[in-house]
Write a protein that binds this ligand. Structure first.
Ligand code: MOS
Length: 743
């Protein structure tokens, strides 16, 4: 988009194209598809955390009314891909893999699926599922990370590859903070947090033929899911179709294929009818991943005038006993601040639990809690304003990769945010501000996440009714992907947004990566733009002499005609172009260029919090929250603002409420629902203020975008924790900051 002045839609806060469907019940989610002969599946989970399933009594369930099948590992059909997985010599050696349900009698975690009951109604399936009883040879389990710290290990992938990012990192001298004049060493803990999107994980599985599978599934990647299940059943990928037109939030929990999906597909094979399966809220705690419980230690030293001299950041995250899950907990520490000496060490502890999976802002959000809390602790030791301390350690180029930033407007974010929160009201001495029994404090936290871009393909087609149809296999888990792509297409084509339809969430559409890692607009945006340009070009070649000599940028699609912007009288009716084949779809793949080699590309954010802490009850209220981001070009200030607000609210949950509590005696979570796993509601959130620098990054793509989803939450929890310290003088290093920790 060279001439920004021509952009009418980009930047505008266009309403969501699917907003009406979503609020009127017209949007169909994966558990809402009705197919002829539908059956319903309910899962039975193990009641021990480790051991073997020695027998399972399914007789009563099988006799229950309406039951069509009770499937366990004792009677499950063989899943052909289970046998061949990992045997393909062309595949790289992986470290474990998703749990293969019903493959053997091993129990890996409590509530692992041991049976699936299929009946002609959900109620009957649920009733029968309660009649299934397993017998176990129980073994001693480990579910406590703190007790397993001694067994922590370097991820196998890092051991095998010295260049793997999970290896220990060193710049300057090892653990140099230990000899620093002014130093701190603190430990931080974040508990297991569960994604808990509003929409429960659900799948409708339908074998349309013995070798053709269609699934309506909650997934962030239609093609990744297609690949997983095609492999599981040894099918060509084109025989598997994955539909995820609407996804009711995910935050990362649909970045992985899970056992319940395999169970539904096996069940559909057994009963030879479509099977619908939806997890319960309780099963969302146990079977579809979570943000892993993580222990961190951060050591830092600085000079009296506020220059950081060394940082050591260590982390141990939990993983399962069948898969090594890793995340970038230490990434921000390596590049955010100038420091001649930086050491990071990342380790895993294998526990008898379900595998974790990236949860919003994944490792960076976890790591930023330690780093940004430590920054605040050091600023306090130095008697410096924490914003000033960060400015004194600002990096004008990436100190990890020794490369220039593609763009970095974090200073501008600091300034915007400080003004809006009223940072000048902050007192250096904790406990200085109060309003009656409420102590008032201010805190800040910084976030960053790589500006990732992958290849993506979009198909564009002029329809006989004068509309343009775009298609892409990408998903939209809530950020408004279809909306921003419509805006990009409208500006590229010169066509009214109402005449454009962007279809997504279908594995049969042109290829795109998974919606994750804040990469969708970076990747699908340019593909949309290029597909639209290709469509215009194709129509131009069909439109005759007057268009052949015109400049490409001059060609525009209007209501019913291809026209020249400089001379609207020069036009050709779509009907004439379509007669010549102008309605054939043009499909274009857009790939990242080589700039990644020259620049270090990141989005940046800073969050400022004002909290009020009740001095008698320890209740914390976030009274103000300001989030400022450098995320490149903002395509839609409304949907982008929504993402920032959503991330900020997630950060409030992380800081003050969210924790899945494990009863280690049984290896089972005691939190089962929203009555005991607390997430913020409107009453817990202030009106979050969002500001964007909105400066294009010319190196990620031609649109100038960098990504928003993750930086929206990274740094929020420490901003709140730091504000609590400023209010009370109490430093809470174990989240969430519940009242008992403050009184
Ligand atoms: Mo995100 S944690 O990449 O869904």
């Amino acid at each position: 988009m060279k001439d920004q002045a021509q952009n009418k839609q980009i930047g505008a806060g266009m309403d969501r194209v699917d907003g009406h469907l979503k609020v009127t019940g017209g949007a169909k989610y994966s558990a809402e598809y009705e197919l002829p002969n539908m059956t319903y599946a309910v899962l039975v989970g193990s009641t021990v955390a480790k051991g073997r399933l020695t027998s399972i009594d399914t007789k009563a369930a099988e006799r229950a009314p309406g039951v069509l099948a009770v499937i366990t590992h004792f009677n499950s059909p063989k899943v052909p891909g289970y046998e061949t997985a990992g045997k393909d010599p062309s595949q790289p050696a992986t470290v474990g893999g998703p749990l293969k349900i019903f493959k053997d009698d091993k129990i890996h975690y409590n509530d692992q699926i041991i049976a699936v009951v299929v009946a002609d109604s959900w109620e009957r399936a649920r009733f029968a599922a309660r009649l299934v009883k397993g017998q176990y040879a129980q073994e001693k389990h480990k579910t406590n990370l703190e007790a397993s710290v001694g067994d922590a290990f370097l991820p196998t992938a890092a051991k095998k590859n010295p260049k793997h990012p999970m290896n220990d990192y060193q710049r300057g001298q090892t653990d140099a903070y230990k000899t620093g004049a002014i130093k701190l060493e603190s430990e931080y803990v974040i508990p297991t947090e569960v994604h808990h999107p509003m929409e429960l994980q659900a799948i409708t599985a339908h074998w349309e033929a013995p070798d053709r599978l269609t699934i309506y599934d909650k997934t962030q990647g239609t093609l990744a899911t297609r690949r997983d299940f095609a492999k599981e059943w040894n099918l060509p990928e084109e025989n598997v179709k994955v539909i995820a037109t609407f996804v009711g939030g995910a935050f990362g929990n649909a970045l992985h294929s899970w056992p319940h999906e395999s169970a539904a597909i096996i069940a559909a094979k057994v009963v030879n009818r479509p099977v619908k399966l939806m997890l319960t809220r309780e099963q969302m705690f146990t079977n579809v991943g979570y943000r892993p419980y993580t222990w961190q230690k951060l050591g830092m030293s600085a000079t009296p005038d506020g220059k950081i001299t060394a940082i050591t950041h260590e982390s141990i995250g939990q993983t399962s006993n069948y898969e090594e899950f890793t995340e970038s907990t230490l990434a921000q520490t390596r590049m955010m601040y100038q420091s001649p000496n930086v050491t990071t060490r990342y380790r895993l502890a294998s526990l008898d639990v379900c595998s974790p999976i990236w949860m919003r802002g994944p490792g960076e959000a976890t790591g930023a809690f330690a780093l940004e809390s430590a920054m605040d602790e050091m600023a306090h030791m130095l008697n410096l304003d924490p914003l000033e301390f960060r400015l004194r350690n600002y990096t004008e180029q990436d100190p990890e990769k020794n490369k220039p930033w593609s763009t970095k407007f974090l200073k501008e974010c600091y300034q915007l945010g400080a003004e809006r929160i009223g940072w000048n009201k902050r007192q250096l001495k904790p406990g200085s501000l109060r309003d009656g029994e409420w102590l008032i404090g201010y805190g800040m936290g910084v976030g960053t996440f790589g500006a990732h871009r992958g290849a993506a393909t979009v198909g564009a087609q002029l329809r006989p009714d004068g509309t343009v149809l775009l298609q892409c296999a990408t998903t939209d888990i809530g950020p408004g992907t279809g909306t921003v792509m419509t805006q990009i297409a409208a500006d590229t084509l010169g066509l009214d947004a109402k005449k454009i339809r962007f279809e997504l969430g279908n594995s049969s559409f042109p290829k795109a990566g998974t919606q994750g890692g804040s990469s969708t607009v970076n990747s699908v945006g340019p593909a949309t733009q290029e597909a639209c340009l290709a469509l215009k070009e194709k129509l131009r070649t069909l439109a005759g002499a007057a268009f052949a000599s015109a400049k490409k940028e001059d060609v525009t699609l209007t209501d019913g005609y291809l026209a020249l912007s400089s001379n609207p009288g020069t036009r050709v009716a779509y009907a004439d172009l379509i007669k010549q084949g102008g309605d054939k779809a043009v499909t274009v793949e857009a790939k990242p260029g080589g700039e990644g080699q020259q620049y270090s590309m990141y989005s940046f954010s800073v969050h400022f919090a004002e909290v009020r802490v009740h001095e008698l009850t320890g209740e914390v209220r976030v009274s103000k929250l300001v989030s400022c981001a450098d995320a490149g070009t903002i395509i839609n200030e409304k949907t982008a603002g929504n993402q920032m607000k959503g991330g900020a609210v997630g950060g409030i949950g992380m800081a003050l409420m969210e924790a899945a509590h494990m009863d280690d005696r049984f290896g089972r979570y005691v939190t089962k629902d929203f009555a005991d796993y607390h997430v913020p509601v409107h009453a817990d959130s202030p009106d979050v203020q969002v500001a964007f620098v909105n400066q294009p990054d010319p190196h990620v793509n031609a649109l100038g975008t960098k990504g928003i989803g993750e930086i929206a939450i990274i740094g929020v929890a420490p901003a709140i924790a730091n504000a609590v310290f400023n209010a009370t003088g109490k430093r809470i290093r174990e989240l969430p900051i519940t009242p008992d920790k403050l009184i």
